[in-house]
Design a binder for this molecule. Sequence first.
Ligand SMILES: O=P(O)(O)OC[C@H]1O[C@H](OP(=O)(O)OP(=O)(O)O)[C@H](O)[C@@H]1O
Ligand SMILES: Nc1ncnc2[nH]cnc12
Length: 178
Amino acid sequence: MTTDKRIEDIKKIIRDYQDFPKPGVLFRDVFPVVKDPSCFKKLTDLLVEHINSLPEKVDVIVGLESRGFIFGPIIAQALNIGFVPVRKAGKLPGELIQVEYSLEYGKDKFEIQKDAVTEGQKVVVVDDLLATGGTMKAACQLMDKVKAKVLDCLVVIELTDLNGRQKVPYQMSSLIKY
Ligand SMILES: O=P(O)(O)OC[C@H]1O[C@H](OP(=O)(O)OP(=O)(O)O)[C@H](O)[C@@H]1O
Ligand SMILES: Nc1ncnc2[nH]cnc12
């Protein structure tokens, strides 16, 4: 993604919290961007422009609980396509597919409804932030299990200097890198 004045404006209002939620973690809080309507519009426009620049047309936006739910649906709506949630274990009804994963400050389990994305559908996976990449990698494993085609794994913020970074198996894109 290219440099853009809008990215600088967004970067200015992301807030940092040292030692949250655990000692040693520098937490990057994206919520001030959502609170500022002009910045939030800039951010969603940038994400939509990025998706429109992909070589293939996207069928479904997949968002990761919970901060991926802030950005995913608004992007899907702008693109006039559907949004599908990937949720932490025990939240979704019906037949599910599950994976376990580890993230910067813990472990969790992700689930998707079996028929939410169908074989061959082209998806973009959206989240607010990539740290170790464990969360995004787990979402990709779910996409493999439903035989979706992942065109892009898109995050607002990417932490590039983190120890224990896990490889995300598909194309990764981020607006802001630290
Ligand atoms: O790259 P990783 O090391 O896996 O970390 C990134 C993930 O961590 C945060 O989610 P969290 O699980 O804290 O949940 P939340 O969105 O519900 O706050 C963030 O929103 C990403 O999903
Ligand atoms: N450093 C961080 N800041 C905000 N969200 C996160 N999720 C995982 N690591 C994070």
